[in-house]
Design a protein around this ligand. Structure first.
Ligand code: SF4
Length: 126
């Protein structure tokens, strides 16, 4: 039996969480202590079994008034897929204009999420 100490990141309370985990071939959460609400218990189980993250980065823009557009995933993705998704973002090029919320990549590296723009980029004035 493993004991895992975590800090819940779901809300600013930051509860100290202790989880007891069994390593049968797969990880199995036996007990979660220290959460003051059910959302924390759900988060702790997810964090131990299949941790998820959202990521933010930027994509190169051609013919824009700015060379990069900031982007983020529109949902959280498995922690183990971050490098694959970052690689897809790094290889991508878009042409101005770009509008906040534009889907710039769908299912990057086969991961079910979208990479969306988080700022406007206007076409460069020539
Ligand atoms: S356990 Fe509940 S109250 Fe505590 S940090 Fe997590 S979400 Fe917030």
């Amino acid at each position: 039996m493993l004991k895992k100490d975590l800090v819940c990141i779901v809300c600013p309370n930051g509860c100290q969480v202790e989880a007891l985990v069994e390593e049968t071939p797969e990880l199995k959460v036996i007990e979660v202590k220290g959460c003051t609400c059910d959302k924390g218990v759900e988060w702790a189980e997810q964090e131990i079994i299949n941790p998820m993250r959202t990521i933010a980065s930027s994509i190169v823009v051609e013919q824009g008034d700015f060379k990069l557009v900031s982007v983020k995933t529109d949902t959280s993705i498995p922690l183990g897929k971050i490098f694959d998704v970052m690689d897809a973002i790094k290889k991508k090029r878009v042409k101005a204009p770009v509008t906040i919320g534009d889907k710039l990549i769908e299912d990057p590296a086969g991961v079910p999420c979208n990479i969306i723009a988080t700022r406007n980029i206007y076409a460069a004035k020539i």
